[in-house]
Design a protein around this ligand. Structure first.
Ligand code: AMP
Ligand code: MG
Length: 353
C-alpha cells in the first residue's frame, strides 16, 4: 500500500485534502492526523474491521484500548451511556483539549475499541486539522498515537512515516503536534474521579475542580491485566538506546551522570543527553550527538519524543536523563521518562550505586 501524504495548513487545512482523508475513514481505512497532543492513527470507531486494522498496523496488543475522538457534544452521547453531569462540566471546561474521559461504553462502539471493557475513553481534540477531519468524517474516530507499539509517540508526520509507511492509507501533515505528550486520562466510572495517565492537562488544574481526585500510580504494576489503565505497560515509548534515568538532588544527579558518561566514553560507546539545554551545555564530557530539548516544561514536553527518536536515529547507545520536579507537566514528563526507562530509576544520592 502506498501511504498518501497531504500537506495542509495547521490553522486552516485545505478542505479537498480533509475530505479525501475523511472519505478513507468512512470507507474503513486508516488515516494519521495531527492533534494538539501527538499524531493519532484514526479509524471509524463504529467499524470493528477498521478498528482491527489499527491494531495490526501498530502491532498493538488487543489488550490495549483506544481513545475515541469526537468533534461535538452530540457525538459524546452516541459513544457513551450513563454520562454523569460531571463529564459535561469537565468537557465544557477542557474541551476541545488534552483531556480524555473514561465513561460507560455505548453498545454501538465495538468492544475491541476498549479491549473488551464496558467503558470507553473519549476526547474532543483541539487541533483545527483534527476537528476538520472529524467533522468531515461524520463518525467518531478511534485513534491511538500513530507510532508502532512501544515506540516513542509520533509528534511529526515524519515520525508517523518512520513507523507506519506502507501500512496506512494516508497522513495529514500539518507540522509538529503542539503539546508533544498525550492527553490526561480521567476515569469517571469509579466512585472517585481517577487520573489513569497524566498528560497535557496538569493534575493540579483538575484538582481545582475535583478536590477528591485520585492519581493512579500504576508503575507498581507489571502486567496489563492487573492495571487500571490497560496499555500502560512499562517499556512504552522506548527508544532503542539504553535510557539511564537518574533521580536525586541536582548536584548528585549531575555528578552521577557525568561520571557514567565518562565510563561510556572510555568503553568506546556513544551517548546522548535528554536534558534541559542549560544542563546539556555545561555537561562534560560532551555528548556524541547533540539534541536541544529546550528549558521550560512546555518546551521539553514538545520535544521529548522527538529527542528519543533523533538520538536513536543518530545511533547513540546510551541516553542520559533525569526525573523532574513533578509539578504541572513535570508529572507527565516523569511518567513518559519512567516508562521509556522500563521503570528503572537510578538513585544518584545512593552511594551504593
Ligand atoms: P494512546 O492513544 O496510544 O495514548 O493509548 C490510549 C490509552 O488510553 C491506552 O493505552 C489506555 O491506557 C487508555 N485507555 C483507552 N481506553 C480506555 C478505557 N476504556 N479505560 C481505561 N483506559 C483507557
Ligand atoms: Mg500510544
Amino acid at each position: 500500500m502506498v501511504t498518501q501524504i497531504w500537506h495542509v495548513d495547521s490553522a486552516s487545512p485545505d478542505p479537498t485534502a480533509v475530505n479525501a482523508a475523511a472519505a478513507i475513514l468512512r470507507a474503513g481505512g486508516l488515516v494519521a492526523f495531527p492533534t494538539e497532543t501527538v499524531y493519532g492513527l484514526g479509524a471509524n470507531a463504529l467499524d470493528a474491521a477498521a478498528v482491527a486494522r489499527i491494531f495490526m498496523a501498530k502491532e498493538r496488543p488487543a489488550s490495549d484500548p483506544v481513545i475515541v475522538h469526537v468533534h461535538e457534544m452530540a457525538q459524546l452521547a452516541l459513544v457513551a451511556v450513563e454520562i454523569p453531569p460531571l463529564a459535561y462540566i469537565l468537557a465544557e471546561r477542557f474541551w476541545p483539549g488534552p483531556l480524555t474521559l473514561v465513561l460507560r461504553r455505548a453498545a454501538v462502539v465495538p468492544a475491541s475499541v476498549s479491549a473488551g471493557r464496558d467503558t470507553v475513553a473519549v476526547r474532543m481534540p483541539g487541533h483545527p486539522v483534527a476537528l476538520a477531519l472529524l467533522k468531515a468524517a461524520q463518525v467518531p474516530v478511534a485513534a491511538p498515537s500513530a507510532n508502532r507499539f512501544a515506540r516513542p509517540s509520533a509528534t511529526t508526520a515524519d515520525h508517523v512515516r518512520e513507523d507506519l509507511d506502507g501500512r496506512i492509507e494516508g497522513i495529514l501533515d500539518a507540522g509538529s503536534a503542539w503539546i508533544g505528550v498525550e492527553s490526561t486520562i480521567l476515569d469517571l466510572t469509579k466512585t472517585v474521579p481517577m487520573v489513569l495517565r497524566p498528560g497535557g492537562v496538569p493534575v493540579e488544574r483538575l484538582r481545582e475542580m475535583l478536590p477528591d481526585l485520585e492519581v493512579v500510580s500504576r508503575h507498581l504494576h507489571i502486567t496489563d491485566t492487573q492495571i487500571e489503565a490497560p496499555g500502560m505497560l512499562l517499556k512504552h515509548y522506548a527508544p532503542h538506546a539504553e535510557l539511564r534515568l537518574y533521580a536525586g538532588t541536582a548536584e548528585s544527579v549531575q555528578a552521577a551522570m557525568q561520571s557514567h558518561a565518562a565510563v561510556v566514553r572510555r568503553d568506546g560507546r556513544s551517548f546522548g543527553l535528554l536534558l534541559p539545554d542549560r544542563e546539556a551545555g555545561a555537561f562534560r564530557p560532551q555528548p556524541d550527538v547533540q539534541f536541544s530539548l529546550g528549558d521550560t516544561a512546555e518546551e521539553i514536553s514538545h520535544r521529548l519524543f522527538d529527542g528519543m527518536r533523533f538520538l536513536d536515529q543518530n545511533g547513540v547507545q546510551v541516553i542520559l536523563a533525569h526525573l523532574f520536579n513533578s509539578e504541572g507537566l513535570g508529572l507527565t514528563l516523569n511518567d513518559r521518562l519512567f516508562r521509556a526507562a522500563e521503570g528503572r530509576v537510578i538513585a544518584a544520592d545512593d552511594d551504593r550505586m
